[in-house]
Write a protein that binds this ligand. Structure first.
Ligand SMILES: [Zn+2]
Length: 90
């Protein structure tokens, strides 16, 4: 892939840890991409790129994980779980 994305390739036929991860998530089709906490089955480029425009951050109050957009400068994030608001730079 372009864009200098670092990703780890795992071969489910060779790697039992990857295979366990796949079956735990109920995945059958390959390739599948694990991006943050989202799974994309098949090479759905548009979906993959839209997920890559976000990063996963943890709420500093309740530790909930949420997706925030990248490259938006300083933003205020509202936690969907506890409504905590915090500033962050993206
Ligand atoms: Zn929270």
């Amino acid at each position: 892939m372009k864009r200098g994305i670092i990703f780890e390739e795992q071969d489910v036929n060779e790697d039992s840890t990857a295979r366990a991860e796949f079956s735990r998530r109920g995945l059958q089709g390959v390739p599948a991409f694990l991006i943050g906490d989202q799974v994309v089955v098949g090479f759905d480029r548009q979906k993959i790129e839209s997920l890559l425009d976000y990063s996963i951050v943890g709420c500093n109050e309740c530790n909930a994980r949420m997706r925030v957009p990248k490259n938006k400068g300083n933003i205020i994030v509202t936690c969907p779980k506890c409504r905590n608001k915090f500033k962050m730079s993206t």
